[in-house]
Design a protein around this ligand. Structure first.
Ligand code: ADP
Length: 396
């Protein structure tokens, strides 16, 4: 089946056309600066690459049209007509408590996704615009929504409830939702495959470490706890997000510096994390370079990151009563051997023993723990698009 995967943001849109039978990526790319001017990028094996070429995109409709035009282009395309697209899978950030799995999109589903907008005001409205643009251009093609939050809906109440007055949960839906669910689900299943054991028998800790980072405890194939919370601001320190924080700091800093809550949240989301501590960069490559040149704040930021992830691993091993394997994925997890080593070292007491040579890899599936390590440590590149395409194919 040929599935078009769409990840729509407010001014950008990522796309991939996948063949779910072979799991091949037929074409992929990006529409940027939608609503501003418009830049279009397209890559397909054996075809000419289009690299950020000016393409007017006043709305998402023109962006989707540009994608379809490129896919069916007689010279450079990969399909002969739009009818070859069997289904479209849409990434949707927030499914609230309504969606615990992917769903085929109809009017009722659209209304329910819109009801989740207040929970993710920056993301869900953009996702909905992407869906509507596709529906307008492909009215007869089935569409599926795949939610970032859905995998975590199996968390027990003891893990998702905040210690706030209970009516804020009951009336206002304030609870831990968790994010990166599609990625955690994908790598957990791959881990079970790599270990040759049924996922239902495993205790896994999945570390999705990228620009945004989250750690998830996966017991018997189900998410039982995760480090992000009501929003993606919680958990480990990230590229520019603070992660967990004493809420009392907000009032103190707002009073002292005359900030309103919007300015304060901008600091917590965009100016904090390893960027804020180091004053250098949110990119781990820049931080390693700076730390290597003696920059103490860059070194501190890197140490805070590995320490933060390590603490969550310890917590989730306790929450699950043990752990069979720890998984590293996403930009930092897949590429940064130093971070993986820093996170996993010191965990020998719980049966984690790294193999420094095996850990010296990037970007492909590998067991990076020592042969005699009781807890296996795995590097698994994430593939959210494939997961979305497979869910979509299964549902249509
Ligand atoms: P996002 O959360 O935006 O999807 P990614 O998972 O793509 O992010 O991760 C991006 C981050 O991965 C970059 O900011 C950078 O810190 C890190 N990264 C990418 N390549 C490397 C590398 N070779 N070494 C260390 N870190 C890397």
């Amino acid at each position: 089946m040929k599935v078009l995967v769409i990840n729509a943001g407010s001014s950008s849109l990522k796309y991939q056309l996948l063949d779910t039978d072979t799991q091949d990526v037929l074409a992929k790319g990006l529409c940027e600066r939608i609503g501003i001017d418009g830049k279009f990028t397209y890559k397909a094996p054996g075809k000419e690459t289009i690299d950020a070429v000016d393409t007017p995109m006043p709305t998402h409709n023109e962006a989707i049209q540009a994608v379809l035009n490129a896919l069916i282009d007689p010279a450079n395309g990969v399909i002969s007509s739009m009818d070859e697209i069997d289904a479209v899978g849409h990434r949707v950030v927030h499914g609230g408590e309504t969606f615990n799995r992917s769903v085929k999109i109809d009017d009722k589903v659209m209304a329910a996704i819109e009801e989740c907008n207040p929970l993710a005001p920056l993301h869900n409205p953009a996702n909905i615009i992407g869906i509507k643009a596709c529906q307008a251009l492909m009215p007869n093609t089935p569409m599926v929504a795949v939610f970032d939050t859905a995998f975590h809906q199996t968390m027990p109440s003891v893990a998702y409830t905040y210690a706030l007055p209970y009516e804020y949960y009951e009336n206002d839906k304030v609870r831990r939702y968790g994010f990166h669910g599609t990625s955690h689900k994908y790598v957990a299943q791959r881990a079970a495959d790599m270990l040759g054991k049924p996922i239902e028998s495993l205790k896994l800790i999945s570390c999705h470490l990228g620009n945004g980072s989250s750690v998830t405890a996966v017991k018997n194939g189900k998410s039982v706890d995760t480090s992000m919370g009501f929003t993606p601001l919680a958990g480990v320190p990230m590229g520019t997000r603070s992660g967990d924080l004493d809420a009392g700091i907000l009032e103190y800093l707002m009073n002292k510096h005359g900030m309103d809550i919007k300015e304060m949240l901008n600091v917590l989301n965009k100016k904090s994390g390893v960027q804020g501590v180091s004053g250098v960069s949110s990119d781990f490559r820049d931080l390693s370079k700076a730390a290597g040149e003696g920059n103490k704040r860059a070194a501190l930021a890197l140490d805070m990151f590995s320490y933060g992830v390590k603490k969550y691993i310890g917590a989730y091993a306790a929450a699950m009563g043990g752990v069979d394997a720890i998984i590293f994925t996403a930009g930092v997890g897949e590429n940064d051997a130093g971070q993986r080593m820093a996170i996993a070292s010191g965990l020998e007491f719980m049966g984690v023993k790294m193999d420094p040579d095996a850990n010296n890899v990037r970007g492909h599936e590998a067991i990076i723990s020592a042969i005699d390590s009781k807890v296996k440590v795995l590097l698994i590149p994430t593939n959210e698009e494939l997961m979305i395409a497979l869910d979509t194919a299964a549902l249509v």
